[in-house]
Design a protein around this ligand. Structure first.
Ligand code: BGC
Length: 758
């Protein structure tokens, strides 16, 4: 008996050891052979990611003596280096001048296109067009790999419900269902399920985790939330990216449950690897290992040990791994096995890319000319941009404009190349972008266009200095604000219509660009007011990297087209929509608040025990004294030049069993004067369950083209998993009971049917 027990214990120990060793899949023999040859120093060298500073340096340091470090076998990867020839040189040093000749990973931030810059991700998400989004990622991969890059620091899938946070621009907005679909589309676009191809690259899902929930919307700030909220509302897009095969994960700057993500073992091992089965590698964010010192987690040796023991494999720029891990092994604080496991994951990534077979696979100097900035790629950028625009208001149906109209084009963003690409487009060239004035002339050569700047983006020089770190985004004219305005008013005199291009400069959103006041800057608000006073029809073309507070502008008798930062084809795409060559079809993917005090405001809020009455204010209910609960513009909202009517919502069953799918059909009629596309949306309300349910939450959508006068029947399928949620024990389950289904053109959809899950 004792013998059997002993054997069982032994077996359990072996199983346990081999599961840490083998991770989730079979070892790759070539990698195992290489690992056996490596010294501890060489293994640590592979965990080191450097940048010589050719890209955007978002931390306070860039790497020094990079060439010497590569020769010494101290580097596993580089970023901020581009061009097939430069990358060939770097690979040659790694391959020819080091003992084992291990090639480098070459990373980059290709967030919304490489040189062909697409709209910012928040804009792209507003297209609700997964095929298009995948195509943009595929093109980005083709261009970037042509320029030598094999590893992308994208997609960013952080759920963001606080538009003060500047990086809301880099993601897909507030919703985990849509965010998961987009995460999958982007990973598939970059990796194409085949990393052996020369035009695919490794995708990195970031920033793991909860980075978008920074308190107060202040970048890099702490986050704190319950596990159930995390699992139900914030984690799904990361998981979707991993399920889609993302090979790498980037840890975030913030802490999660009080432990910075880069040193959080629950996050990087228990959840990511043990629960989700992730078997790729984890890279830190820019110096985020070192930053754990400032978080209060100890000195460089302590935080580096914390990170590697937590499950972080590669240290971006900080060199804490390089300089302290050896000592930590000597002192027994880190095991060599932990380092070997991290090194194995990085070598496996290189193996999957085919770099051992051919380290110069991405160094074909003929490719850039052939693959980058092609006419076809720019055509997709134009299509993506016009599909990302959201028509917020169309006063007296002034849009679309006639192609021979007399147009006064005004505003600081109307004839401006420096702000078209949007945040995090360091590989793009703003000078290649099409300004709005040029686009209008291209699309409507017969229009009579007069242009005047009208206002500065901001009149505040100190503010402009903060924004202009990467170039002249806010240019304050030598003319006085009054003179600028007067000039603009003069140009409006003979016009039929005023088109005012206003909003945020590129770097007013994005990393380290949080704002507490998210209105249109005062200089431009004043200009808008004066333009409206002329009595002429006014169309605002609004640019921003976030939802704005535009409560004042929504009350004016004007039309508003939200165009985000549209990318390289900005002007052409804006003109396509203004003149009706394309009928706008975008829908908001994050709610636009009435005012900053309402934040966070999102469609899937809970009812509370004291729901607000739908009519007048009532004491002791969950509401504000000075603003409604509803946002100014709801999630899923967006107009078209035509109108759509929904009727005959039907479910294929009123009772279903666990595991069953359910089908909803609805008839959508184009009742207006233009052909157009509509995003048909399905929202679900789980009426009674063990965790207080959201009032409704997105669970399906379908973008459909409908000719004027035509009716289409749209089918949406609720999968068994769509009824599930993570309960208090974090089990993913569906609880029996009644469900309500709402279908319509935005999150206020009112057509309703019910069913029961047995
Ligand atoms: C950002 C990351 C980016 C990294 C490297 C960081 O500051 O948070 O998103 O990938 O820099 O450029």
């Amino acid at each position: 008996m004792k013998n059997i027990l002993n054997r069982l214990v032994l077996l359990a120990t072996i199983l346990c050891i081999s599961s840490t060793f083998a991770q989730n899949r079979a070892p790759i023999p070539e990698v195992e052979t290489l690992l056996k040859k490596m010294t501890l120093e060489e293994k640590i060298g592979q965990l080191n990611l450097l940048t010589p500073g050719g890209g955007v340096a978002t931390g306070s340091v860039v790497s020094k003596n990079v060439e010497e470090k590569i020769k010494a076998g101290n580097v596993g990867g580089l970023f901020g280096v581009t061009g097939p020839d430069k990358i060939r040189q770097a690979q040659e040093i790694a391959v020819k001048k080091t003992r084992l000749g291990i090639p480098l990973l070459i990373g980059s931030d290709i967030i919304h296109g490489y040189k062909t810059t697409f709209p910012i991700p928040l804009g792209l998400s507003s297209s609700w067009d997964m095929e298009l989004i995948e195509k943009t990622a595929q093109i980005a991969a083709k261009e970037a790999t042509a320029d030598g890059i094999n590893w992308n620091f994208s997609p960013m899938v952080d759920i963001a419900r606080d538009p003060r946070w500047g990086r809301i621009s880099e993601g897909a907005g507030e919703d985990p269902y849509l965010g998961s679909a987009i995460a999958k589309a982007m990973v598939t676009g970059y990796q194409q399920n085949d990393l052996t191809e020369e035009n695919t690259m490794i995708a990195t899902v970031k920033h793991f985790a909860l980075y978008g929930a920074a308190e107060g919307g202040r970048d890099y700030n702490t986050t704190d939330m319950s596990r159930t909220k995390m699992f139900n509302e914030y984690l799904p897009p990361y998981k979707a990216a991993i399920d889609a095969g993302a090979e790498s994960v980037m840890s975030s700057f913030n802490d999660v449950d009080g432990v910075p993500a880069s040193g959080n073992k629950w996050l990087l091992t228990s959840l990511l690897r043990d629960r989700w089965g992730f078997d790729g590698f984890v890279v830190s964010d820019y110096t985020s290992v070192n930053e754990m010192i400032a978080h209060g987690m100890g000195d460089l040796q302590a935080v580096s040990a914390l990170a590697i023991n937590a499950g972080l494999d590669m240290d971006m720029v900080g060199e804490g791994f390089l300089t302290t891990l050896n000592k930590s092994v000597d002192e027994g604080k880190v095991t060599e096995e932990t380092i070997t496991n991290a090194c194995r994951r990085i070598l496996e990534a290189k193996y999957k890319l085919g770099l051992f077979e051919n380290p110069y696979k991405y160094s074909d100097s003929k490719r850039p000319k052939r693959d980058i900035l092609t006419v076809a790629n720019k055509e997709v950028a134009r299509e993506a941009a016009r599909k990302s625009f959201v028509l917020l208001k169309n006063e007296k149906n002034i849009l679309p404009l006639a192609k021979n109209a007399k147009i006064a084009l005004v505003g600081p963003l109307a004839n401006n190349k420096n702000n078209m690409l949007g945040t995090w487009a360091p590989t793009g060239d703003p000078q290649l972008s099409i300004p709005i004035l040029e686009g209008l002339k291209n699309v409507a050569p017969d229009a009579q266009i007069t242009y005047a700047k009208g206002a500065n983006i901001s009149n505040d020089t100190a503010y402009a200095k903060k924004i202009n770190v990467f170039g002249p985004r806010i240019e304050i004219s030598e003319e006085t604000p009054d003179a600028l305005l007067e000039n603009a008013l003069n140009t409006t005199k003979n016009a039929d219509v005023i088109v005012a291009v206003v909003g945020e400069a590129t770097e007013m959103s994005g990393e380290s660009s949080s704002r507490t006041n998210i209105s249109i800057p005062d200089s431009q608000k004043l200009m808008i007011k004066k333009l409206v006073e002329t009595g002429k029809p006014v169309v605002l073309v609004l640019m921003s990297g976030r939802p704005l507070v535009i409560t004042d502008e929504l009350q004016l008798p004007i039309s508003i087209l939200q165009v985000w930062h549209p990318g390289i084809e900005a002007g052409n795409a804006v003109a396509d929509v203004l003149f009706g060559d394309y009928n706008p079809s975008g829908k908001l993917t994050a709610s636009w608040p009435q005012n900053v005090g309402q934040i966070p405001v999102y469609h899937s809020m809970k009812t509370t025990g004291r729901p607000a009455p739908s009519t007048a204010f009532q004491k002791f209910k969950s509401q504000y004294l000075d603003a409604p609960n509803a946002p100014a513009l709801a999630f899923g909202y967006g107009l078209s030049y035509t109108t759509f009517e929904y009727k005959n919502l039907k479910l294929n069953a009123t009772q279903i069993e666990q595991g069953d799918d359910l089908t909803a059909t609805v008839e959508v009629t184009n009742t207006g004067d233009y052909d157009g596309e509509e995003v048909v949306q399905l929202y679900l309300h789980d009426v009674v369950r063990s965790l207080a349910p959201p009032m409704r939450t997105l669970k399906g959508f379908h973008k459909v083209f409908i000719k004027k006068g035509e009716t289409k029947t749209v089918t949406l399928t609720l999968k068994a998993d769509d009824l599930k949620f993570y309960n208090a024990s974090l089990d993913f389950i569906a609880e029996p009971g009644e469900f309500e289904v709402f279908v319509g053109g935005n999150s206020n959809a009112s057509l309703k049917e019910t069913f029961v899950l047995n």
